[in-house]
Design a protein around this ligand. Structure first.
Ligand SMILES: [Zn+2]
Length: 185
């Protein structure tokens, strides 16, 4: 339950940030220009400006867990581009997953994922926000190199995905996790 509360607190602050900054924000309406002055979260690819890298494909959560969807966002990059930790945390996974390189960083109750990435760190390594965690491989987007950036909590069938733009004060809010919350005792 504490985990859920922590997550809801995070989402509430993200929503508040959106409401207090630009009124209405949408991942379908880039650029997402973070207004935060802190450096808790950052784009996982080096940006040329505050707007960050172009979003080639937005977050499209499936209606049901088993449906197709897009459980993250695709950011435009270039081959071998440095991939950066979006926030401080610990490397939970760094290696091949089927046909691609994947890095997962734990930030307390939430995790961020990055792919396809050739990992430059090993599991258990602590990273700071903006620290280089690997290099971008091609293959996720058909037209040009891109980074699939994910935000999730939970594990396996209990995993719930969120729009990572929430971390930057933008993005789509999804309410299903509240509905799926276990009873408090
Ligand atoms: Zn993707």
């Amino acid at each position: 339950m504490r985990i859920l509360i922590t997550l809801l607190t995070m989402l509430a602050s993200a929503i508040a940030a959106v409401l207090s900054s630009s009124g209405i924000a949408s991942a379908a309406d880039p650029p997402c220009a973070p207004t935060k002055s802190d450096t808790v979260w950052t784009w996982p690819l080096q940006e040329s400006g505050r707007a960050g890298p172009a979003i080639l494909r937005a977050f499209q959560p499936p209606r049901h867990r088993w449906d197709a969807g897009h459980r993250g966002i695709d950011l435009a990059g270039y081959a071998r581009a440095p991939v950066l930790a979006a926030g401080a945390g610990v490397v939970l996974y760094a290696g091949r997953l089927i046909d691609r390189g994947v890095v997962v960083i734990g930030h307390g109750v939430i995790r961020t994922s990055y792919e396809p990435v050739e990992a430059g760190l090993t599991v258990g390594t602590s990273v700071s926000v903006g620290e280089r965690i690997g290099t971008l491989d091609p293959g996720h987007c058909a037209s040009s190199p891109c980074l699939h950036w994910g935000l999730l909590t939970g594990h396996g069938h209990g995993a719930t995905y969120f729009d990572p733009l929430l971390l930057l004060g933008c993005g789509q809010v999804r309410l299903e996790p509240v509905e799926a919350a276990p009873q408090s005792r």
